[in-house]
Design a protein around this ligand. Structure first.
Ligand SMILES: Nc1ncnc2c1ncn2[C@@H]1O[C@H](COP(=O)(O)OP(=O)(O)OP(=O)(O)O)[C@@H](O)[C@H]1O
Ligand SMILES: [Mg+2]
Length: 591
């Protein structure tokens, strides 16, 4: 599940802004096609009022019906062509935007999956989904809208103003002043909308995260009767989202209403001016109609621009958050000169004065941990819950780096080891086995089809005692697990996890025993498989069942993040004063 680490250099240094823009940048041909479409969509509507003026003036002047029909048909063709150009622009803009944002989405997903557990521990999957998908959708919608409404709108606006200034400078100048005033007011209003849109998106992400977590824990919540409390929490998160969204919407609607009123007033003014000019004889009726039409044309792009302000806010917030996400760095540095772990055979393990804390300013979870395992030996880790056993396992797997000291495998400090070889040569079966909604094959190979052929998979399943189970499946290795498909018991899941580990043939295995009880028959099967797995390999066995410790060579008792007792199992068992011996007798296990 851990994608091979990528060179840190690719992420660092260059600002991530270039990455966001780089993903969104369209190709040359697509840009040219879009530019042509936008130009047509702007120019055609600008010509149309000229035909209206002609029609009105010629009609008043007593032109023939034939001539009038001719002008009218011309107008119709122009109108249809204008609409066609606009539709084409919309289509091209959508394609362009989605192409770009899909690239961004892939980049984000890849980046996020590559981040360390330290990062994923701080974020719920739902929040990440909302960030990878929701933010990118906001950006895509804005890019489409920007091309359609902002670029095309501004072009149309400029065109109208130029034509008006040529036809009737006084009315044109008035309209220009008016637009400038409204533009200024809009820029001011924008400041109001920025923070509220950002808050609304953050609330969305929090709500999604909350729901996702609740769904993942459904079984536990139900079983413990905590459903009401969970619903209440989601309800409150929804409330916060609603308030943020409501505020953001209200500001947007207020802006829209403001422009409507302003433009109604503007139209009235132009009508008054045109009437006065007509009365004083400087304007034909046709020109008055033309001016009115142009004035009306200004309104739509302006309203769209205002509307876009809101999407612009959301997109801006989205870009900022996408940039934050891309700026998240792997905290496990890449080795400058990566060296592979020995490719075969059991691997020695050594922890030298290892100290660790999960957060930079957090309390130490481990301190001064020294452990040594010769190749092929097995170490049993015991200790109270929360003492730090799983944490030691995570350091051995290099899911985190120690804050003090070093973890050495096969004589190599893990910080200098090639990450791919660490994944290949160190195997793990964790406390809770994660199965995927996928076929048995994919669950075993973790979606790496070239890892092993079907014969090897069958062999391994038989080896872990799942041969009969496989034979009973409707589609063999192709049978789907999880979801509505075949259910898997806790014991079977454990055995599948062992099969997964056996498949990669590691030289060091870490087994974090499930603390939940298996039935005695399954337990015996699991123990037999553990013996197989440890044969010829170095093993760290985190034991919750003291009976599992029968097979280990050395035992370390962990307490409060320290090794409080460490020695050969036989010696510790023989010494009645040792903690381990006391632990055994307390559990009623014969020594
Ligand atoms: N991801 C994490 N982030 C922060 N603190 C953690 C994290 N995982 C564990 N801890 C803390 O570290 C300490 C050691 O936890 P760890 O999981 O190593 O215990 P353990 O010995 O494996 O317990 P158990 O026997 O219950 O599995 C605990 O105090 C725990 O709260
Ligand atoms: Mg644990």
């Amino acid at each position: 599940m851990h994608s091979p680490t990528r060179p840190a250099r690719r992420d660092a240094g260059k600002t991530t802004q270039t990455t966001v823009l780089g993903c969104l940048r369209p190709g040359l041909r697509a840009t040219a096609a879009l530019a042509a479409a936008v130009t047509a969509a702007t120019a055609l509507p600008l010509v149309a009022p000229q035909l209206t003026r002609r029609f009105v003036d010629d009609a008043i002047g007593g032109a023939s019906t034939r001539h009038l029909v001719f002008v009218a048909v011309g107008y119709l063709i122009l109108a249809v062509a204008g609409q066609g150009a606009r539709t084409l622009t919309a289509w091209l803009a959508s394609r362009l935007a989605w192409d770009g944002t899909n690239r961004l989405r892939e980049r984000l997903a890849e980046h996020t999956l590559g981040l360390d557990l330290g990062f994923h521990g701080r974020r719920t999957p739902g929040e990440l989904i909302e960030r990878v998908d929701g933010d990118v959708v906001a950006i895509a919608e804005f890019v489409v809208a920007f091309l359609l409404d902002v670029v095309a709108g501004v072009l149309l606006l400029a065109g109208v103003l130029v034509v008006m200034l040529t036809v009737e400078p006084r009315v044109g100048a008035l309209l220009l002043a008016y637009c400038a005033l409204i533009g200024f007011a809009m820029a001011q209003a924008q400041r109001l909308a920025v923070p509220s849109a950002a808050r609304s998106r953050a609330r969305y992400a929090a709500l999604f995260g909350d729901i996702e977590e609740r769904l993942a824990g459904l079984e536990d919540l139900r079983a413990n009767g905590a459903g009401e409390h969970a619903v209440n929490r989601v309800h409150r998160a929804s409330g916060r989202m609603y308030r943020a969204e409501f505020r953001s919407e209200r500001i947007g609607s207020g802006l829209l209403a403001g422009t409507s009123v302003a433009f109604a007033a503007g139209t009235a003014l132009v009508v008054a001016l045109a009437s006065w000019a007509r009365w004083s004889g400087t304007l034909t009726v046709g020109t008055a109609v033309l001016l009115l039409q142009y004035t009306q044309m200004v309104r739509t792009p302006f309203e769209r621009l205002i509307d876009q302000l809101r999407q612009y806010q959301a997109a801006l917030a989205g870009v900022a958050r996408v940039r934050d996400l891309l700026a998240e760095r792997r905290t496990l540095p890449e080795p400058a000169d990566p060296r592979p772990l020995p490719a075969s055979g059991p691997l020695g393990l050594r922890l030298d004065g290892v100290g660790f804390a999960y957060a930079d300013d957090g309390a130490p979870v481990l301190s001064g941990v020294d452990l040594t395992l010769a190749p092929g030996e097995t170490l049993g880790l015991v200790g109270r819950t929360g003492s730090g056993k799983t944490t030691i396992a995570r350091l051995i797997l290099r899911l985190y780096d120690p804050t003090e000291g070093a973890v050495r495998v096969g004589g190599l400090d893990l910080r200098n080891a090639d990450p791919a070889s660490v994944r290949r040569r160190i195997g793990v079966v964790t406390q809770d086995v994660q199965l995927f909604t996928a076929s048995v094959r994919d669950n075993l190979t973790l979606f790496r089809p070239d890892l092993a052929g079907d014969r090897r998979l069958r062999e391994i399943l038989a080896e872990v005692g799942l041969g009969d189970w496989l034979a009973g499946l409707p589609d063999g290795l192709d049978t789907g697990l999880g979801g509505d498909a075949v259910g898997v018991s806790a014991g079977e899941a454990q055995l599948l996890a062992f099969a997964r580990t056996l498949l990669t043939d590691p030289g060091l295995v870490v087994l974090d025993e499930a603390s939940s009880r298996l039935d005695p028959a399954t337990e015996r099967r699991v123990e037999a498989v553990v013996d197989r797995l440890l044969a010829g390999r170095t093993g760290v066995l985190i034991a919750h069942r003291l009976s599992s410790l029968a097979r280990v060579d050395t035992v370390a008792v962990v307490d409060g993040g320290r090794i409080v007792e460490y020695g050969r199992r036989d010696d510790l068992t023989a010494d009645p004063g040792s903690r381990f011996a006391r632990l055994l007798s307390a559990a009623g296990v014969a020594r």
